[in-house]
Design a protein around this ligand. Structure first.
Ligand code: SF4
Ligand code: SF4
Length: 368
Protein backbone atom coordinates (compact mmCIF):
# COMPACT_ATOMS: atom_id res chain seq x y z
CA UNK A 1 0.00 0.00 0.00
CA UNK A 2 1.56 3.33 -0.94
CA UNK A 3 1.94 6.30 1.40
CA UNK A 4 -1.01 8.18 -0.05
CA UNK A 5 -3.34 5.24 0.57
CA UNK A 6 -2.04 4.76 4.11
CA UNK A 7 -2.80 8.42 4.89
CA UNK A 8 -6.25 8.00 3.39
CA UNK A 9 -7.05 4.97 5.55
CA UNK A 10 -5.78 6.65 8.71
CA UNK A 11 -7.62 9.92 8.31
CA UNK A 12 -10.60 9.04 6.23
CA UNK A 13 -14.10 10.09 7.13
CA UNK A 14 -16.45 7.15 7.45
CA UNK A 15 -19.51 7.22 5.23
CA UNK A 16 -21.55 4.69 7.18
CA UNK A 17 -21.97 3.00 10.51
CA UNK A 18 -23.68 -0.41 10.75
CA UNK A 19 -24.90 -1.36 14.20
CA UNK A 20 -25.52 -5.03 14.93
CA UNK A 21 -28.02 -5.25 17.79
CA UNK A 22 -27.80 -9.02 18.26
CA UNK A 23 -28.46 -12.42 16.74
CA UNK A 24 -32.13 -12.93 17.62
CA UNK A 25 -34.28 -13.53 14.58
CA UNK A 26 -37.65 -15.15 13.94
CA UNK A 27 -36.57 -16.36 10.48
CA UNK A 28 -34.13 -18.97 9.28
CA UNK A 29 -33.08 -17.84 5.81
CA UNK A 30 -30.95 -20.38 3.96
CA UNK A 31 -28.31 -17.83 2.96
CA UNK A 32 -27.95 -16.01 6.30
CA UNK A 33 -24.19 -15.60 6.95
CA UNK A 34 -24.62 -14.51 10.58
CA UNK A 35 -23.86 -17.01 13.34
CA UNK A 36 -27.07 -16.03 15.11
CA UNK A 37 -26.56 -18.36 18.08
CA UNK A 38 -23.16 -16.90 18.82
CA UNK A 39 -24.17 -13.29 18.19
CA UNK A 40 -27.12 -13.71 20.54
CA UNK A 41 -24.74 -14.48 23.39
CA UNK A 42 -22.99 -11.10 23.16
CA UNK A 43 -24.57 -8.86 25.82
CA UNK A 44 -26.11 -5.64 24.50
CA UNK A 45 -24.26 -2.61 25.85
CA UNK A 46 -26.46 0.39 25.02
CA UNK A 47 -24.32 3.08 26.77
CA UNK A 48 -21.22 1.96 24.82
CA UNK A 49 -23.15 1.76 21.54
CA UNK A 50 -24.36 5.33 22.12
CA UNK A 51 -20.76 6.42 22.60
CA UNK A 52 -19.81 4.56 19.39
CA UNK A 53 -22.55 6.42 17.52
CA UNK A 54 -21.29 9.74 18.88
CA UNK A 55 -17.75 8.82 17.78
CA UNK A 56 -19.07 8.23 14.26
CA UNK A 57 -21.08 11.47 14.31
CA UNK A 58 -17.90 13.38 15.15
CA UNK A 59 -16.08 11.81 12.15
CA UNK A 60 -18.62 11.36 9.37
CA UNK A 61 -18.51 12.15 5.66
CA UNK A 62 -20.95 14.58 4.03
CA UNK A 63 -23.93 12.23 4.07
CA UNK A 64 -23.59 10.08 7.18
CA UNK A 65 -25.59 6.86 7.09
CA UNK A 66 -26.36 4.86 10.21
CA UNK A 67 -27.99 1.49 9.78
CA UNK A 68 -29.40 -0.86 12.39
CA UNK A 69 -29.32 -4.53 11.68
CA UNK A 70 -29.20 -7.90 13.44
CA UNK A 71 -30.56 -10.61 13.52
CA UNK A 72 -33.87 -8.85 13.33
CA UNK A 73 -33.62 -5.32 14.81
CA UNK A 74 -37.37 -5.04 15.48
CA UNK A 75 -36.93 -7.78 18.10
CA UNK A 76 -34.82 -5.22 20.01
CA UNK A 77 -37.54 -2.59 19.83
CA UNK A 78 -37.05 -0.68 23.09
CA UNK A 79 -33.25 -0.49 22.56
CA UNK A 80 -33.70 0.46 18.92
CA UNK A 81 -36.05 3.29 19.87
CA UNK A 82 -33.61 4.67 22.46
CA UNK A 83 -30.73 4.57 19.97
CA UNK A 84 -32.70 6.27 17.19
CA UNK A 85 -33.76 9.02 19.60
CA UNK A 86 -30.14 9.41 20.70
CA UNK A 87 -28.92 9.79 17.08
CA UNK A 88 -31.55 12.39 16.30
CA UNK A 89 -30.61 14.31 19.46
CA UNK A 90 -26.84 14.22 18.84
CA UNK A 91 -26.53 14.64 15.10
CA UNK A 92 -25.75 18.38 15.44
CA UNK A 93 -26.94 19.98 12.23
CA UNK A 94 -26.00 17.11 9.88
CA UNK A 95 -29.20 15.17 9.23
CA UNK A 96 -28.06 11.54 9.23
CA UNK A 97 -29.80 9.00 7.08
CA UNK A 98 -30.97 6.26 9.42
CA UNK A 99 -31.80 2.89 7.94
CA UNK A 100 -33.42 -0.01 9.76
CA UNK A 101 -32.80 -3.30 7.94
CA UNK A 102 -35.68 -5.60 8.72
CA UNK A 103 -37.34 -8.76 7.48
CA UNK A 104 -40.62 -6.83 7.83
CA UNK A 105 -42.56 -9.62 9.54
CA UNK A 106 -42.87 -7.76 12.88
CA UNK A 107 -43.77 -4.36 11.52
CA UNK A 108 -47.03 -2.89 12.85
CA UNK A 109 -48.67 0.52 12.87
CA UNK A 110 -47.20 1.62 16.20
CA UNK A 111 -43.65 0.78 15.14
CA UNK A 112 -44.15 2.27 11.69
CA UNK A 113 -45.50 5.55 13.14
CA UNK A 114 -42.44 5.91 15.37
CA UNK A 115 -40.08 5.17 12.45
CA UNK A 116 -41.92 7.59 10.17
CA UNK A 117 -41.87 10.35 12.80
CA UNK A 118 -38.07 9.94 13.03
CA UNK A 119 -37.62 9.95 9.26
CA UNK A 120 -36.25 6.41 9.11
CA UNK A 121 -35.67 4.55 5.86
CA UNK A 122 -36.89 0.97 6.09
CA UNK A 123 -34.76 -1.54 4.20
CA UNK A 124 -37.05 -4.53 3.86
CA UNK A 125 -35.62 -7.88 2.82
CA UNK A 126 -37.80 -9.57 0.27
CA UNK A 127 -36.62 -11.66 -2.68
CA UNK A 128 -39.66 -11.51 -4.95
CA UNK A 129 -43.23 -12.75 -5.06
CA UNK A 130 -44.37 -15.60 -2.79
CA UNK A 131 -43.16 -18.64 -4.73
CA UNK A 132 -39.65 -17.12 -5.11
CA UNK A 133 -39.26 -15.37 -1.76
CA UNK A 134 -40.32 -18.39 0.26
CA UNK A 135 -37.71 -20.67 -1.33
CA UNK A 136 -34.96 -19.20 0.86
CA UNK A 137 -36.72 -16.95 3.36
CA UNK A 138 -38.62 -19.06 5.88
CA UNK A 139 -39.93 -18.78 9.43
CA UNK A 140 -38.12 -20.84 12.04
CA UNK A 141 -41.17 -23.06 12.51
CA UNK A 142 -41.67 -23.16 8.73
CA UNK A 143 -45.43 -22.97 9.18
CA UNK A 144 -46.50 -19.80 7.40
CA UNK A 145 -45.38 -17.75 4.44
CA UNK A 146 -42.78 -15.02 5.08
CA UNK A 147 -43.85 -13.30 1.89
CA UNK A 148 -47.49 -13.09 2.93
CA UNK A 149 -46.61 -11.66 6.35
CA UNK A 150 -44.07 -9.10 5.12
CA UNK A 151 -46.09 -8.08 2.08
CA UNK A 152 -49.20 -7.65 4.20
CA UNK A 153 -47.22 -5.30 6.47
CA UNK A 154 -45.64 -3.10 3.78
CA UNK A 155 -47.89 -3.04 0.74
CA UNK A 156 -49.94 -0.03 1.88
CA UNK A 157 -47.09 2.02 3.39
CA UNK A 158 -45.38 5.07 1.86
CA UNK A 159 -43.13 3.35 -0.69
CA UNK A 160 -40.79 6.32 -0.98
CA UNK A 161 -39.46 5.45 2.47
CA UNK A 162 -38.94 1.76 1.74
CA UNK A 163 -36.00 0.11 0.06
CA UNK A 164 -36.39 -3.45 -1.06
CA UNK A 165 -33.29 -5.54 -0.45
CA UNK A 166 -33.17 -8.86 -2.33
CA UNK A 167 -30.77 -11.73 -2.44
CA UNK A 168 -30.61 -14.04 -5.44
CA UNK A 169 -29.17 -17.52 -5.35
CA UNK A 170 -28.53 -20.20 -8.00
CA UNK A 171 -32.07 -21.44 -7.27
CA UNK A 172 -33.76 -18.07 -7.84
CA UNK A 173 -31.50 -16.26 -10.33
CA UNK A 174 -33.65 -17.20 -13.36
CA UNK A 175 -36.48 -15.10 -11.86
CA UNK A 176 -34.28 -12.04 -11.32
CA UNK A 177 -36.03 -9.70 -13.78
CA UNK A 178 -39.48 -11.02 -12.94
CA UNK A 179 -38.81 -10.08 -9.32
CA UNK A 180 -37.58 -6.60 -10.19
CA UNK A 181 -40.64 -5.99 -12.37
CA UNK A 182 -42.91 -7.26 -9.60
CA UNK A 183 -41.54 -4.65 -7.17
CA UNK A 184 -41.58 -1.85 -9.75
CA UNK A 185 -45.16 -2.65 -10.77
CA UNK A 186 -46.16 -2.47 -7.12
CA UNK A 187 -44.77 1.05 -6.72
CA UNK A 188 -41.34 0.42 -5.17
CA UNK A 189 -38.61 2.55 -6.71
CA UNK A 190 -35.56 1.83 -4.54
CA UNK A 191 -34.09 -1.62 -4.94
CA UNK A 192 -30.86 -3.29 -4.00
CA UNK A 193 -29.88 -6.85 -4.82
CA UNK A 194 -27.04 -9.09 -3.74
CA UNK A 195 -25.83 -12.47 -4.94
CA UNK A 196 -25.32 -15.24 -2.47
CA UNK A 197 -21.54 -15.37 -2.57
CA UNK A 198 -20.97 -17.81 0.29
CA UNK A 199 -21.29 -20.74 -2.03
CA UNK A 200 -19.87 -21.78 -5.36
CA UNK A 201 -21.82 -20.90 -8.50
CA UNK A 202 -21.68 -23.29 -11.47
CA UNK A 203 -20.98 -22.05 -14.99
CA UNK A 204 -24.60 -22.76 -15.88
CA UNK A 205 -25.92 -20.47 -13.14
CA UNK A 206 -23.40 -17.75 -13.96
CA UNK A 207 -24.62 -17.83 -17.57
CA UNK A 208 -28.19 -17.43 -16.39
CA UNK A 209 -27.09 -14.48 -14.26
CA UNK A 210 -25.31 -12.89 -17.22
CA UNK A 211 -28.43 -13.24 -19.36
CA UNK A 212 -30.65 -11.80 -16.63
CA UNK A 213 -28.34 -8.82 -16.07
CA UNK A 214 -28.26 -8.06 -19.81
CA UNK A 215 -32.06 -7.95 -19.83
CA UNK A 216 -32.00 -5.86 -16.66
CA UNK A 217 -29.61 -3.29 -18.20
CA UNK A 218 -32.07 -2.72 -21.07
CA UNK A 219 -35.03 -2.53 -18.68
CA UNK A 220 -33.30 -0.13 -16.30
CA UNK A 221 -32.11 2.10 -19.14
CA UNK A 222 -35.60 2.27 -20.64
CA UNK A 223 -37.05 3.32 -17.27
CA UNK A 224 -34.37 5.88 -16.51
CA UNK A 225 -33.76 7.60 -19.85
CA UNK A 226 -32.89 11.33 -19.87
CA UNK A 227 -31.36 11.04 -16.38
CA UNK A 228 -34.89 11.03 -14.98
CA UNK A 229 -34.36 8.38 -12.35
CA UNK A 230 -37.64 6.60 -11.80
CA UNK A 231 -35.92 3.49 -10.48
CA UNK A 232 -33.01 3.75 -8.09
CA UNK A 233 -30.71 0.75 -7.95
CA UNK A 234 -28.32 1.19 -5.11
CA UNK A 235 -25.42 -0.81 -6.55
CA UNK A 236 -25.39 1.50 -9.57
CA UNK A 237 -25.24 4.56 -7.32
CA UNK A 238 -22.45 3.00 -5.32
CA UNK A 239 -20.37 2.36 -8.43
CA UNK A 240 -21.05 5.81 -9.78
CA UNK A 241 -20.03 7.49 -6.54
CA UNK A 242 -17.19 5.18 -5.59
CA UNK A 243 -14.40 7.33 -4.19
CA UNK A 244 -12.05 4.78 -2.65
CA UNK A 245 -10.51 1.53 -3.77
CA UNK A 246 -12.08 -1.81 -2.86
CA UNK A 247 -9.51 -2.46 -0.13
CA UNK A 248 -10.09 0.87 1.56
CA UNK A 249 -13.35 0.41 3.41
CA UNK A 250 -15.26 3.46 4.64
CA UNK A 251 -17.75 1.49 6.72
CA UNK A 252 -17.64 1.26 10.49
CA UNK A 253 -19.13 -1.78 12.17
CA UNK A 254 -20.37 -1.64 15.75
CA UNK A 255 -21.24 -4.84 17.63
CA UNK A 256 -23.90 -5.30 20.34
CA UNK A 257 -21.08 -5.07 22.93
CA UNK A 258 -20.17 -1.52 21.80
CA UNK A 259 -16.93 -2.72 20.16
CA UNK A 260 -15.90 -1.68 16.64
CA UNK A 261 -15.12 -4.62 14.33
CA UNK A 262 -13.10 -4.74 11.11
CA UNK A 263 -15.91 -6.07 8.91
CA UNK A 264 -19.51 -7.26 9.25
CA UNK A 265 -18.56 -10.82 8.17
CA UNK A 266 -16.88 -11.16 11.59
CA UNK A 267 -20.33 -12.00 12.97
CA UNK A 268 -20.20 -15.33 11.19
CA UNK A 269 -17.30 -16.45 13.47
CA UNK A 270 -17.06 -18.08 16.86
CA UNK A 271 -16.16 -15.92 19.85
CA UNK A 272 -12.40 -16.49 20.00
CA UNK A 273 -12.06 -15.80 16.28
CA UNK A 274 -14.37 -12.78 16.35
CA UNK A 275 -12.39 -11.07 19.10
CA UNK A 276 -9.24 -10.92 16.94
CA UNK A 277 -11.03 -8.38 14.76
CA UNK A 278 -12.03 -5.86 17.44
CA UNK A 279 -10.53 -2.52 16.38
CA UNK A 280 -11.76 -0.24 19.16
CA UNK A 281 -14.85 0.61 21.13
CA UNK A 282 -17.38 3.38 21.73
CA UNK A 283 -15.33 4.82 24.59
CA UNK A 284 -11.89 4.92 22.95
CA UNK A 285 -12.90 5.18 19.29
CA UNK A 286 -11.17 3.28 16.47
CA UNK A 287 -7.60 2.03 16.79
CA UNK A 288 -6.52 3.14 13.31
CA UNK A 289 -3.16 1.40 13.44
CA UNK A 290 -4.72 -1.99 14.24
CA UNK A 291 -7.40 -1.44 11.61
CA UNK A 292 -4.80 -0.61 8.99
CA UNK A 293 -2.61 -3.57 9.95
CA UNK A 294 -5.52 -6.01 9.65
CA UNK A 295 -6.61 -4.51 6.30
CA UNK A 296 -3.04 -4.61 4.96
CA UNK A 297 -2.58 -8.22 6.07
CA UNK A 298 -5.84 -9.28 4.40
CA UNK A 299 -4.97 -7.38 1.26
CA UNK A 300 -1.49 -8.91 1.08
CA UNK A 301 -2.87 -12.44 1.48
CA UNK A 302 -5.59 -11.85 -1.12
CA UNK A 303 -3.05 -10.50 -3.59
CA UNK A 304 -0.83 -13.54 -2.99
CA UNK A 305 -3.52 -16.16 -3.31
CA UNK A 306 -5.02 -14.60 -6.46
CA UNK A 307 -1.64 -13.94 -8.12
CA UNK A 308 -2.25 -10.21 -8.19
CA UNK A 309 -5.34 -10.53 -10.36
CA UNK A 310 -7.21 -7.54 -8.86
CA UNK A 311 -4.25 -5.19 -9.04
CA UNK A 312 -3.82 -6.05 -12.72
CA UNK A 313 -7.53 -5.85 -13.51
CA UNK A 314 -9.00 -2.93 -15.46
CA UNK A 315 -12.28 -3.24 -13.54
CA UNK A 316 -10.70 -2.77 -10.11
CA UNK A 317 -12.04 0.76 -9.71
CA UNK A 318 -15.60 -0.48 -9.92
CA UNK A 319 -15.25 -3.74 -8.06
CA UNK A 320 -16.52 -4.83 -4.65
CA UNK A 321 -14.51 -5.43 -1.51
CA UNK A 322 -13.21 -9.02 -1.31
CA UNK A 323 -11.97 -8.74 2.29
CA UNK A 324 -15.22 -9.92 3.94
CA UNK A 325 -15.27 -13.04 1.76
CA UNK A 326 -11.58 -13.66 2.44
CA UNK A 327 -12.03 -13.45 6.23
CA UNK A 328 -15.11 -15.65 6.05
CA UNK A 329 -13.12 -18.28 4.09
CA UNK A 330 -10.05 -18.37 6.30
CA UNK A 331 -11.98 -18.41 9.57
CA UNK A 332 -14.45 -21.04 8.34
CA UNK A 333 -11.70 -23.14 6.69
CA UNK A 334 -12.99 -22.76 3.14
CA UNK A 335 -10.91 -22.66 -0.03
CA UNK A 336 -10.69 -18.91 -0.77
CA UNK A 337 -9.39 -19.45 -4.31
CA UNK A 338 -12.57 -21.31 -5.25
CA UNK A 339 -14.91 -18.77 -3.64
CA UNK A 340 -12.93 -15.90 -5.14
CA UNK A 341 -13.60 -17.32 -8.59
CA UNK A 342 -17.35 -17.03 -8.00
CA UNK A 343 -16.89 -13.57 -6.46
CA UNK A 344 -14.82 -12.40 -9.43
CA UNK A 345 -17.19 -13.85 -12.05
CA UNK A 346 -20.23 -12.27 -10.41
CA UNK A 347 -18.42 -8.94 -9.96
CA UNK A 348 -17.59 -8.91 -13.68
CA UNK A 349 -21.25 -9.50 -14.55
CA UNK A 350 -22.34 -6.67 -12.23
CA UNK A 351 -19.74 -4.29 -13.64
CA UNK A 352 -20.42 -5.10 -17.28
CA UNK A 353 -24.13 -4.48 -16.69
CA UNK A 354 -23.31 -1.19 -14.95
CA UNK A 355 -21.04 -0.09 -17.82
CA UNK A 356 -23.69 -1.03 -20.35
CA UNK A 357 -26.25 1.12 -18.50
CA UNK A 358 -23.76 3.96 -18.19
CA UNK A 359 -23.06 3.75 -21.89
CA UNK A 360 -26.72 3.74 -22.89
CA UNK A 361 -27.61 6.63 -20.60
CA UNK A 362 -24.29 8.49 -20.96
CA UNK A 363 -24.84 9.08 -17.31
CA UNK A 364 -23.55 12.19 -15.65
CA UNK A 365 -22.21 11.84 -12.13
CA UNK A 366 -24.69 13.10 -9.61
CA UNK A 367 -24.88 13.11 -5.83
CA UNK A 368 -26.63 10.26 -4.01
S1 SF4 B 1 -34.03 -12.28 8.43
FE1 SF4 B 1 -31.88 -11.64 8.24
S2 SF4 B 1 -30.92 -12.22 10.18
FE2 SF4 B 1 -32.89 -13.32 10.08
S3 SF4 B 1 -32.35 -15.33 9.20
FE3 SF4 B 1 -32.95 -13.99 7.50
S4 SF4 B 1 -31.01 -13.11 6.72
FE4 SF4 B 1 -30.60 -13.93 8.79
S1 SF4 C 1 -13.32 -8.25 -11.48
FE1 SF4 C 1 -12.22 -9.91 -10.41
S2 SF4 C 1 -10.03 -9.54 -10.82
FE2 SF4 C 1 -11.16 -7.64 -11.33
S3 SF4 C 1 -11.03 -6.42 -9.46
FE3 SF4 C 1 -12.96 -7.57 -9.38
S4 SF4 C 1 -12.49 -9.45 -8.25
FE4 SF4 C 1 -10.53 -8.53 -8.87
Amino acid sequence: MDQQKITLVLFMKYHSLSIFLGGSCNLDCSYCFIDKENLRKIPLNIPLIKKGINFFLRNPSENPVISFTGGEPLLYWSSLKKLIESVRKNQKGKESIIIVSTNGTLLNKKKYDFLKKNNIVLSVSLDGRKNINDINRVFKDGKSSVFKTTWGNIKDLDKKKIKICSVFTPETVEYFNKNIKFFVENGFSQLDFYPEIYRLWSKKHLNVLKKEFDIFAEFYSSLNSNYDSSLEILFINRMLNKDSDNFCCQKLILGPDGNFYLCDKIFSFFDNRRKKYIIGNGEKGVNYVKRLELLKKAKREIVESTQNSCLKCSLENYCFCPIGLYLWCIENEKDFKKYFKTFCNISKIYISSFLKIKNILKWKSRPL
